[in-house]
Design a protein. Structure first.
Length: 146
């Protein structure tokens, strides 16, 4: 990977998102917790959440990932409260398709993922970008919200 490729991939917008991840930490009494890991790069995201009527009411995340995974966690963290399993699944699928099938970025409520469009070319980073969704869905699945 050339220096110009790295600069393109780790744009100022991505680095700014990575520096301001919402809901960092852990919940004191979560309904469910799940950890997802990318075997390729070793990135991990652990999510704790509470739900009511199938919708997320409280959310915390512990993100140990590259700037791309951190940016994805920041974008999801901004909108996750109030979402249900099906909405998050649609967002994850749209993000995966954006990365692998050259489709448009996910639509509302998942605004902002266009910043990760340059990552399409870097397949080894896709799993890290998807980790926040994977961990959130795994936690919801533990509650039977899937």
């Amino acid at each position: 990977m050339s220096d110009s490729d790295l600069l393109k991939l780790y744009s100022k917008q991505i680095l700014a998102l990575a520096a301001e991840i919402p809901h960092l930490g852990e919940l004191d009494s979560p309904d469910a917790t799940a950890k997802s890991r990318s075997p390729l790069c070793g990135s991990t995201v652990t999510v704790s959440l509470c739900t009511e009527n199938g919708k997320i009411t409280h959310f915390a995340q512990n993100v140990k990932a590259c700037a791309l995974g951190q940016a994805s966690a920041a974008l999801l963290g901004k909108v996750v409260i109030g979402l249900d399993h099906d909405t998050i699944l649609r967002g994850r699928d749209a993000l995966k398709d954006m990365l692998t099938q050259n489709t448009p970025p996910p639509s509302a409520p998942f605004d902002g993922y266009e910043v990760l469009l340059p990552a399409r070319e870097f397949k080894n980073r896709h799993a890290s970008i998807l980790l926040p969704f994977t961990a959130t869905l795994a936690a919801l699945d533990k509650l039977g919200n899937g």
